[in-house]
Design a protein around this ligand. Structure first.
Ligand code: ARG
Length: 461
């Protein structure tokens, strides 16, 4: 990157920019990643200008050919980015003029960098939503695969991280899936507002040229047009909305991570994360650390930070464009990169996870997980729920003293606490009986979990 001070952009300014100010105010270091979108926007703009006779067809063709050459130069690493040219837009325009001469100077007719940058950011974000959507889908499918495989596997369900009632592992995976389903909906909704065209707003008030914004929108694949020029150049709601979607999604991944970290500990030992997603310790040879989920939990805070960054960036800006807006890119790009990387690694990790059904089962047996089932059993025998609750409490206290689970107590032992208990109680005290009994929409019974998976798969088509 060159830094020679050769400011061409303003006849109004006679003194060269202070060398450090030039570097301080430049954005090319980070906005060059939008080069393809900048060129795409310029090609559409030149095409539209020719259609409304502001450019001749020949001028348009020269400009488009020049822009295509520049794209090739950038992609082959033959383009010299310059700090003196401030940003991606001026770097490309200066190169266009150097390549095709005077005609290149006509490209900027009827537009401003203000509507240009707003367009580029939207195009870039739209392009990045495509891989984000497909990684999200890949993770959802990985969850459905694990859920299907483990639809009948039983583990303790927790409230307050204390054993509560048995659930199936498939049901637990489908809870994660539901969170991601809502994320997918939010992304689709956010995308509607990303996909709106600011170009044509020019600096802030529109332009005196007879532009055709519908045509530009059509050429760029925008579904809508930003309807007020002042709003068009200054609006960054779409970036905040995207970051909000990303924050929620990262919060979900962070919650999943927390569970995986707990489950992978020697104390729980419910899952094996696969060596490819863990690292060892430099000093403790026995360690297998769940680095990937830990890092995702950590990266969630970056995405939250970026969201707060963007909100704060906007809160004091008067209409219309202010240089503050240049600060929108780094947080947005960081969120995109973090989210995409996190989804990718998560989809791979869930594809490689193995579960340990015996350990889960033993944990469920140890925790009196079927106590509620005993209470429900008594209620079905006409014992009022509060009395049933007390009988179960006494039975559990007795079991703890005897160091036995409820299913291990004899019928006589159980009958000490209620005469309503008979031989059929053992059907409900088993883990399988407990989960199978929760057989309604949204319940943990394997039958319901399989139906939920089937339904989810049909929506994935
Ligand atoms: N680099 C600037 C940005 O990122 C482009 C727009 C500059 N416009 C201006 N009037 N200085 O926002």
């Amino acid at each position: 990157m060159t830094t020679a001070n050769k400011k061409l952009s303003s006849a109004r300014l006679t003194q060269p920019t202070n060398a450090f100010v030039e570097e301080f105010t430049a954005s090319v270091q980070f906005d060059q990643r939008m080069y393809a979108q900048d060129i795409q926007g310029s090609v559409a703009h030149a095409t539209m200008l020719a259609k409304v006779d502001v450019l001749t067809n020949e001028e348009r063709d020269q400009i488009i050919a020049g822009l295509n050459t520049i794209k090739t130069e950038i992609e082959n690493d033959q383009f010299e980015w310059s700090i003196a040219q401030e940003d991606v837009h001026m770097n490309i325009e200066a190169r266009l003029i150097a390549l095709i001469g005077e005609v290149g100077k006509k490209l900027h007719t009827g537009r401003s960098r203000n509507d240009q940058v707003a367009t580029d950011v939207r195009l870039y974000l739209r392009d990045m939503i495509t891989p984000i959507r497909s990684e999200l889908k890949r993770l959802q499918i990985a969850l459905l695969d694990v859920a299907e495989r483990e639809a009948e596997t039983i583990l303790p369900g927790f409230t307050h991280l204390q054993t509560a009632q048995p659930v199936t592992f498939g049901h637990h995976m489908m809870a994660w899936y539901e969170m991601l389903r809502r994320d997918t909906e939010r992304l689709a909704d956010c995308e509607k507002r990303v996909n709106s065209l600011p170009l044509g707003a020019a600096a802030l008030a529109g332009t005196t040229f007879p532009i055709d914004r519908e045509l530009t929108a059509e050429l760029l694949g925008f579904d809508r047009i930003c309807l007020n020029s002042l709003d068009a150049v200054s609006d960054r709601d779409f970036a905040i909305e995207f970051n909000s979607f990303a924050s929620l999604l990262m919060m979900h991944l962070s919650r999943f991570s927390e569970e995986l970290i707990i489950w992978a500990s020697a104390q729980f030992d419910f899952v094996d994360l696969g060596d490819a997603f863990c690292t060892g310790s430099s000093i403790m040879p026995q360690k297998k650390n769940p680095d990937v989920p830990e890092l995702i939990r950590g990266k969630t805070s970056r995405v939250y930070g970026n969201m707060f960054n963007l909100f704060t960036l906007m809160k004091n800006q008067p209409l219309a464009y202010n240089k503050d807006n240049q600060e929108d890119k780094e947080p947005l790009f960081d969120t995109i990169d973090t989210l995409l990387g996190s989804l990718r690694v998560y989809a791979d990790m869930m594809g490689a996870i193995t579960v340990k059904p015996d350990n889960m089962r033993n944990a469920a047996l140890r925790g009196y997980a079927t106590a509620t089932d005993l209470a429900d059993y008594l209620v079905r025998k006409d014992v009022p729920f509060r009395d049933a609750h007390e009988v179960v409490g006494l039975s559990v206290a007795y079991g703890i003293k005897q160091n036995k689970d409820l299913a291990e107590l004899s019928l006589e032992e159980l009958q000490q606490f209620s005469a309503h208990i008979s031989e059929d109680v053992f059907d409900v005290l088993t883990l399988e009986g407990s989960v199978a009994a929760r057989d309604h929409l949204g319940g943990t019974a394997p039958k319901q979990v399989k139906a939920a998976i089937k339904q989810a798969r049909s929506q994935q088509q």
